[in-house]
Design a protein around this ligand. Structure first.
Ligand code: COI
Length: 354
């Protein structure tokens, strides 16, 4: 498929004061778009000025949420070069999500090249300051106007770019996590593993309650027994428990996180044993009190590595260590970001330079 490049007539300038960058509020001048019609396949691939779409009010995405997305980042290195972190893994996951949501897959090579081309054209939007990056949001929506419940016959796939600072206002500061004993995010056989908007919409109510009570995030338990800790919507959870790294297995309810995968490689190299099993909520709460749970952190593209300061469950709260970020947590944050920003060699071949 040919990629058409359309001109931008009135370009905006990227923000000057990068300290003011927040997560996902500003967007660059261009976006990638392509369309799909059953029978024809993907067509009309183009990079065009960023702007609103005109969609029919009956477009199926508005009614039945047939939607998927991805999140990845481009980093500015000290020598000015731009690096992307494991982009082919995100594109592969985009297609896995598409399959689960009965949406058309994209040609991974074409899609990745189009993404790289978009970033090259928008290179000025990759910020320079420490802790900043260009967040890339590939998205696919069902556009066919139709109210019957079935997979749509028409789709729009697009990529937008947003220069970002830290996901949490406090940067790499310990977060206070509420473990919900009532709401659930994903059940076995459901769509928990797919990166689809509905999973996030379903999490909002509990997140709102958590925020109103002073918590930063909700940690979800399994839907069946409400006993095993799974993930925190915007990040996978990893625990340093009994000297080993413990994290939920990928059984369909937890997102197959690319940061999770990278962290597991790094901890293995540091000599830690890994247990892919779900900790019980009792292990978390008692472990924090008796010292078996030394550290806990979230891992995700947007948050990078997010240390946990405390967990609250029912009417009990426990603090991890002295409440400050754990030693291993910070070591992993530094290792991962050093590879992303080119301060350490990329011996795993995770980086694509533009
Ligand atoms: C990411 O880490 O890129 C995500 O997609 C999480 C998000 C919902 C902010």
């Amino acid at each position: 498929m040919h990629l058409q490049i359309l001109p931008v007539t009135a370009p905006k300038q990227p923000v000057k004061n990068e300290n003011e960058l927040v997560f996902g509020k500003q967007f660059s001048n261009r976006m990638f778009v392509m369309e799909y019609d059953r029978g024809t396949g993907w067509h009309s691939a183009r990079i065009q000025p960023y702007g609103p779409f005109e969609l029919d009010p009956a477009a199926m995405v508005f009614h039945y949420s047939q939607e998927i997305f991805e999140g990845l980042k481009a980093f500015r290195r000290p020598d000015g070069q731009i690096a992307m972190f494991r982009p082919e893994d995100n594109v592969a996951r985009f297609n896995r999500s598409a399959r689960r949501m009965c949406m058309p897959e994209v040609d991974e090579k074409f899609f990745l090249n189009a993404m790289l081309e978009l970033i090259r054209l928008e290179a000025d939007w990759v910020p320079h300051s420490e802790g900043t990056s260009l967040y890339i949001r590939p998205t696919m929506i069902a556009t066919e106007p139709m109210l019957g419940v079935r997979p749509a016959d028409q789709y729009l796939c697009y990529i937008i770019l947003s220069p970002v600072g830290p996901y949490y206002k406090g940067g790499v500061a310990p977060v206070k996590i509420w473990i919900s004993d009532f709401y659930v995010r994903a059940a076995e056989g459901g769509t928990g593993e797919a990166k689809t908007g509905g999973n996030y919409a379903a999490s909002l109510y509990a997140a709102k309650e958590a925020s109103e009570s002073g918590y930063d995030q909700v940690l979800w338990l399994d839907a069946k027994e409400k006993r095993f800790v799974e993930e925190v919507g915007s990040m996978n959870m990893l625990f340093l428990y009994d000297g080993k790294i413990v994290t939920s297995p990928l059984k369909g309810t937890v997102l197959d996180g690319i940061t999770r995968r990278s962290v597991l490689t790094l901890v293995k190299e540091l000599g830690y044993e890994i247990e892919e099993r779900a900790l019980t909520v009792d292990e978390v709460m008692e472990g924090a009190e008796n010292g078996r749970l030394e550290e806990a952190f979230g891992a995700g593209t947007a948050v990078v590595i997010s240390p946990v300061g405390s967990f609250c469950y029912k009417d009990r709260c426990v603090q991890l260590g002295d409440g400050t970020p754990g030693k291993l947590t910070m070591e992993l944050y530094n290792k991962l970001t050093s590879i992303q920003y080119g301060k350490q060699p990329d011996k795993h071949n995770w980086v694509t330079l533009l």
